[in-house]
Design a protein around this ligand. Structure first.
Ligand code: SME
Length: 137
């Protein structure tokens, strides 16, 4: 087992690579289940700092994915009632769960400043990224 700091630096690097290489990925971060609590805790991220370092299950797009275990693609955040705004520049969001031994242990969360930017290719690609991430946790 590697120390958490090593894992965190790898996760941060993944955020950086994604944010730098895809022009419509403008905030890229990880949230993980916070111990035994029914809440998510912010992990490594790249982009504007967010106040939402803890998100209760069920709240916002991230909190909903913690309960649904399913991808959530939001083409237009303005059309979402259960949404937590981190920045007024954000127009769209995609959240993909991370499974370890079949358990939803966290997620990758990507915000875009472009409206409706995410395709099935993004979903497939980010599922692949999450599967790779699961192997280093
Ligand atoms: N918009 C998210 C909150 C996290 S920020 O995007 C970094 C949500 O509604 O869950």
């Amino acid at each position: 087992n590697q120390p958490d700091t090593d894992k965190d630096s790898k996760l941060k690097l993944i955020c950086e690579v994604l944010e730098r290489n895809v022009d419509y990925y403008n905030w890229v971060g990880f949230y993980f289940k916070n111990g035994d609590k029914n809440e998510l805790k912010l992990g490594p991220y790249v982009g504007e700092p967010t106040d939402h370092t803890i998100i209760p299950f069920g709240k916002g797009i991230c909190g909903q994915v913690a309960e649904s275990n399913a991808n959530f693609v939001v083409p237009d955040v303005k059309a979402q009632d259960n949404y937590i705004a981190c920045s007024i520049t954000v127009k769209a969001e995609i959240v993909i769960p991370i499974f370890v031994n079949g358990e939803n242990i966290g997620q990758i969360d990507i915000d875009s400043n472009t409206i409706n930017p995410f395709t099935k290719e993004d979903e497939d690609f980010l599922e692949f990224v999450c599967a790779q991430v699961a192997t280093i946790l």
